[in-house]
Design a protein around this ligand. Structure first.
Ligand code: TYD
Ligand code: MG
Length: 448
């Protein structure tokens, strides 16, 4: 007789606790911990187990054939196309456009000859049909069902063996073998487990939609990230029409690759040249606005970094960041104060990455510092200058990777000069004026 025991799991981050608590120690979320059954492991669980077949490491040499969709931005994020038998999680805030994207992708794969099944647990089939109709996709040769019973879905896919199955969403799936409500950590994990093992067993690619949740009653996509091959997040600001599909994990391609889309009345359309889009709203010579030549995945992207520095009545002035890391901003402010004698005490600081993009690269340091100094001194940078470089705690500038690609992209978009760290080996055969600096102090003295 198996000993039944329980544990307490956080719905936000999946951390396991011995007892219930109001707040998860691991991620700091409130009211996210709930009780669940522990499955037995160890020697006793192995009694009566079947002996599995062990095979050689050498591959049976079928080359990996990826299936490409007609949506180039999606292919790019997947690492060049859809790998048969792979499990892909597509996470994002509710309403960001996940269902729209996957319906468009499904129709596209189907038109390309793939056998595609779309299972929705969120909407009625009629609603999906209506949307497909509005998007002009209703003639695509794909099939559709509205269902949430995991057992029936797995049995169906096992028989049908489509090339691609889309499950919208993982939080609505329900396994009758688990005595917990749909959306709980154990239900979501069970659904992800059954569907990914089906993917491996039958060579069916599965795409799982996962809503990022805020209230903690429903498990978020993070609790299944480790089970799938590829994790994509669909991001964007409400009120902005731009949407960014970002690979945060990919067993079959580079992580950190992005695809850029625009939400229109007719669904999502691809943005092939994101730099032009992120610079689109640029005015000439505004103090505090600096163009950063960045790299997202394998592609150079130019984006405007905007800073506002205003004197503050608050004892602890405000530091507000959109699209960048708040801790990194604090570091740059400290370096500006300690190494360049520019204090921001008594000032509110706002930093914003235009267009709703999130930047993770340290190469943005110099552009951020330039934006902050430009805003504080009320002096604009030349409008045809692009900036990149990492800043160290000593105030030195460090070279960054792919400098050539950054400069080439800037040149392509009409920029004529670049401010960069010293020590970059390449950058010789370009028509751009390249100004090189050893330290942040040298940069500020030279430019402002
Ligand atoms: P949806 O794909 O349903 O989001 P999710 O599945 O991530 O919850 O997208 C919903 C939003 O997208 C909704 O606010 C309306 C908008 N939208 C458009 O602007 N144009 C369109 O053609 C479609 C289908 C949706
Ligand atoms: Mg949806």
């Amino acid at each position: 007789m198996a000993k039944s025991s329980t544990q307490f799991t956080c719905a936000e981050c999946g951390a396991v606790h011995k007892k219930w608590a109001g707040r998860c120690d691991a991620c700091g979320a409130w009211n996210t911990i709930s009780e669940e059954q522990v499955l037995e492991t160890g020697p006793r669980a192995a009694a009566g187990g079947r002996r599995i077949a062990l095979g050689p490491l050498a591959a049976d040499d079928k080359p990996l054939i990826r299936r490409e969709s007609g949506i180039a931005e999606l292919n790019r994020v997947l690492g060049g196309g859809l790998v048969p038998g792979s499990a892909i999680l597509v996470g994002g805030d509710p309403g960001i456009g996940k269902s729209t994207l996957l319906l468009q992708a499904a129709a596209d794969f189907a038109r390309g000859g793939a056998n595609v099944v779309y299972i929705t647990g969120e909407e009625a089939a009629a609603q999906v049909r209506m949307r497909a109709d509005r998007l002009g996709l209703s003639q695509a040769p794909m099939r559709l069902a509205a269902e949430t019973a995991l057992r029936d879905i797995v049995a169906t896919l096992d028989k049908e063996r489509p090339d691609l199955a889309i499950i919208d969403s993982i939080q609505t799936m329900w396994s009758d073998q688990i005595g917990a409500a749909p959306g709980s950590v154990s239900q979501v994990r069970a659904a992800a487990h059954d569907l990914t093992s089906l993917a491996k067993r039958r060579g069916v690619s599965v795409m799982l939609v996962g809503h990022v949740t805020k209230d903690g009653q429903i498990a978020g996509p993070r609790v299944v990230e480790h089970m799938v091959d590829t994790v994509l997040y669909f991001e964007g600001e409400r009120g902005h029409q731009f949407r960014i599909l970002r690979a945060v994990k990919n067993r079959f391609g580079p992580a950190d690759e992005i695809g850029v889309f625009e939400m229109t009345g007719g669904g999502l359309s691809e943005v092939a040249n994101p730099s032009a889009l992120f610079l689109g709203e640029r005015e000439n010579r505004t103090p505090g606005a600096v163009v950063f030549a960045g790299i997202e995945g394998t592609r150079p992207v130019l984006v405007e970094i905007q800073a506002l520095v205003a004197s503050s009545p608050l004892a602890t002035p405000r530091r507000s960041v959109v699209g960048w890391d708040g801790a990194r901003l604090a570091m740059i402010l400290a370096v500006l104060e300690a190494r360049c004698g520019l204090a921001f005490a008594g000032h509110d600081v706002y930093l914003n990455v235009a267009g709703g993009l999130r930047i993770g690269e340290p190469a943005a340091d110099l552009a951020v510092a330039a934006a902050l100094v430009s805003a504080r001194q009320d002096i604009a940078l030349p409008p045809d200058a692009a900036v990149f470089g990492e800043i160290s705690l000593s105030g030195g500038l460090r070279p960054v990777a792919q400098a050539d690609a950054r400069v080439r992209e800037a040149q392509k978009l009409g920029f004529t000069r670049a401010y960069v760290p010293n020590g970059l080996k390449s950058l010789d055969n370009t028509d751009m004026q390249i100004a090189r600096f050893d330290t942040l102090r040298g940069f500020i003295d030279g430019i402002f």
